[in-house]
Design a protein around this ligand. Sequence first.
Ligand SMILES: [Zn+2]
Ligand SMILES: [Zn+2]
Length: 409
Amino acid sequence: MGDIRPQSRDEFRVAILCALPPEAEAVLDLFDCFWDDDCDAYGKAANDPNDYRTGRIGQDHVVLCITGVGKARAATATSFLLSSYTRVQRAFVVGICGGVPRPNRHDAGAEILLGDVIISSAVVQFDLGRRYHGGYFEIRTSTQDRLGNADPSLAAQLRSLHTIHNKDRLEECAARFLSELQEKRPGQYDYPGTAQDRLYPSNYHHRHRGTEPCGCTDERPCAAATMVPCPDVGCEETMIVTPRQQPAQKRQLEGARKTLGTQAQAPAVHIGSIASGDTVMKSAEVRDQIAEAHGVIGFEMEAAGVWDLPQLACVVVKGVCDYADSHKNKTWQSFASAAAASVMKGMLRHRVRTDERPPLSTIDGETKRSSDFRGKTGKVSSLAYLPLHQQNPEHHASCKTWSTKTKLP
Ligand SMILES: [Zn+2]
Ligand SMILES: [Zn+2]
């Protein structure tokens, strides 16, 4: 594919959806080149209000859209995207999420740390269900395994990541992309370190702990407390959950020489169900209940709006920036965005590409429209598999000229 610019929107198969600009920033920083640096080249369908960036990541032409927060916005933006980019088959929902820490799990790789990345195998909509008298809420079990609908190769790639060899390969690749990002934007995606990875017991809530009345109760922090990190309200160091196996191992790497220090930040990849809904999860107790009942390992807010679109295979790739509890703050958001973008790029890099074929409907349609065209279907099919310069040398030359102007990081 090299740097040959796509001729139309029809050549884009991959969409990247981010809720917020900082999440998109990390993805854009990992584009290998842009197709719209000088000006927009592809337009969009009538009535489509989205804004897009187009470019190439690895072997794939990708279109990126910032959807806004929440499943309704994500669903609306994605529907419009599909009206413009009608042949997109795979959507990555990339950004940040809350993780389920699982500190008592001692099986290898089960513990989830801040800065790790979750890849969804299924989505549970945790705000869809029945509310009973007394406040009990029953989530409608809606694990929707739709990965095979538009892009069976995505489901196959996720299955392959259940082998240690393939997951290690993805993690190593993502760690390299993460280091590249950090070199490109010094200070923007720094690793906060395990000292900032504070996990408190589920029943220990974030609140002011002084004697001054401020409105904090054990059920709910006051507005001021929600705005500041744990040390500033008095959440005690002694209450932090210990020992956790993985942070201890990372701490050893952090204290070691530089190359090992870089290894400390390498994000671990976890594959599992992710809970999605319009509520920001800030209760460790509710988090734990949902995690136990539905086997989810993370919480986010957009996937439920995209997962259900039948013509699209969707995968959520989100960096863990907090533990979906009352202590959550923004310390890890930039790093987690960068980690997620790096894993997504690794997934694109490692996917086995399918041979491109022209849609059969086009060939059949042409055959029906023109009697002169009858019998030439074979010619059209063979043309479609020729390298571009043999199909149309003039156009190929102009593309090459154009592509020399594109920015290559
Ligand atoms: Zn307070
Ligand atoms: Zn706290």
